[in-house]
Design a protein around this ligand. Structure first.
Ligand SMILES: NC(=O)c1ccc[n+]([C@@H]2O[C@H](COP(=O)([O-])OP(=O)(O)OC[C@H]3O[C@@H](n4cnc5c(N)ncnc54)[C@H](OP(=O)(O)O)[C@@H]3O)[C@@H](O)[C@H]2O)c1
Length: 316
């Protein structure tokens, strides 16, 4: 058993913190906070690149711990790619100096910081063939796409899947995973993303603002990352017995003849390793529209111009 190894950190580190839920992005600031503590089975990761989700300032876990108690100031960002700096008591399977990537807990300080403490089981080794910036775009988007398509919808070879927001984080990876699994893929989104989505392997593209959703034909599976009206319109193109998986919010209405599933992504180290291996092999490519330093992370939460795909924060 490991009794805890690596550098013993003293002093502070730079991090983005959220203190005021009602202030939204305006309430974020870049400041100095304490180094994270490596608890049992934890890894402290020296963050090289971090991913965040714009909507996370509305998630309960950003503001409260698992007992529902206020945990501000909290550090946002949940995706991390970096190097193991320290192991907690009893942590096994990873070593100091190893390249890793994965997903930080929803209810602990996150990855928009120089260091983050993550449970070891939520990290996987990162092959040298995958750079940190690319890796940081994969954990939430890749796991969500995989779980939605294969665990929840049970997508089969030859079926048709409609992937909404196909130029975005989850959608871009879902298009590629579904295409490689032998499905017919219809991607949707904004007109500006048409070529990107077709290049990722989609068989057709529907511009949600100007095309009819039904024009691309019925779907056995719908992956909805937009919700609201887009979710409702999707029910008309779902084949009888089909499955619609929605991730922004629980389904407001269910199909008359089919399944509707909402879930929150779960981490699986083996699956993280599989995703990294596909990225390394060049068969899975996240769409990264912007890479910005930690100093600009607050701006990146509310960019002045539209960013295609993911924005990644390069911490070092
Ligand atoms: N439940 C879970 O576990 C889970 C996991 C991952 C993500 N999510 C949620 O899923 C959602 C999507 O995440 P993401 O990372 O894929 O976001 P994203 O990178 O912003 O991708 C969404 C894509 O959909 C497009 N889009 C949004 N509204 C549209 C509309 N009305 N018409 C046409 N295109 C539209 C966006 O374009 P624009 O950028 O131009 O709007 C973007 O290309 C978020 O709400 C996120 O919180 C939930």
């Amino acid at each position: 058993m490991n009794g805890g190894t690596g550098r013993a950190y003293k002093g502070g580190m730079r991090a983005i913190v959220a203190t005021d839920q009602s202030a939204g992005v305006q309430g974020l600031r870049l400041t100095e906070i304490d180094h994270p503590h490596a608890a049992e089975n934890d890894v402290v990761v020296e963050v090289h690149a971090a991913g965040f989700t714009r909507g996370e300032l509305t998630w309960p876990g950003t503001w409260t711990d698992r007992a529902g108690r206020d945990r501000t100031p909290s550090v946002p960002g949940h995706e991390v790619a970096g190097v193991v700096a320290e192991l907690g008591y009893g942590t096994s399977g990873l070593t100091v100096g190893q390249r890793v990537y994965g997903l930080a807990d929803w209810t602990r300080n996150g990855t928009l910081a120089e260091y983050v403490a993550v449970e070891a089981r939520n990290l996987a080794p990162l092959p040298i063939s995958v750079d940190f910036t690319t890796a940081a775009a994969v954990p939430i988007s890749g796991l969500t796409a995989w779980e939605a398509l294969f665990d929840h919808a049970r997508l089969q070879v030859g079926q048709t899947v409609l992937v909404h927001g196909a130029g975005g984080g989850v959608g871009a990876l879902a298009v590629q995973l579904a295409h490689h699994a032998g499905a017919r893929v219809i991607g949707t989104g904004r007109a500006a993303d048409r070529d990107t989505v077709l290049d990722l392997g989609a068989d057709a593209f529907v511009d949600l603002q100007n095309d009819q959703l039904g024009d691309a034909g019925p779907a056995d599976v719908v992956l909805d990352v937009i919700g609201g009206d887009t979710y409702r319109r999707s029910l008309d193109v779902l084949r009888p017995g089909g499955c619609i998986v929605t991730v922004p919010e629980p389904p407001p209405v269910r199909p008359e003849n089919g399944r509707a599933i909402f879930f929150v992504v779960e981490v699986d180290r083996g699956r993280l390793a599989e995703l990294a291996s596909r990225v390394g092999a060049g068969t899975l490519n996240p769409v990264i529209g912007a890479v910005r330093p930690l100093d600009e992370a607050i701006d990146a939460f509310a960019p002045a111009v539209r960013v295609k795909g993911r924005t990644i924060i390069k911490v070092r």
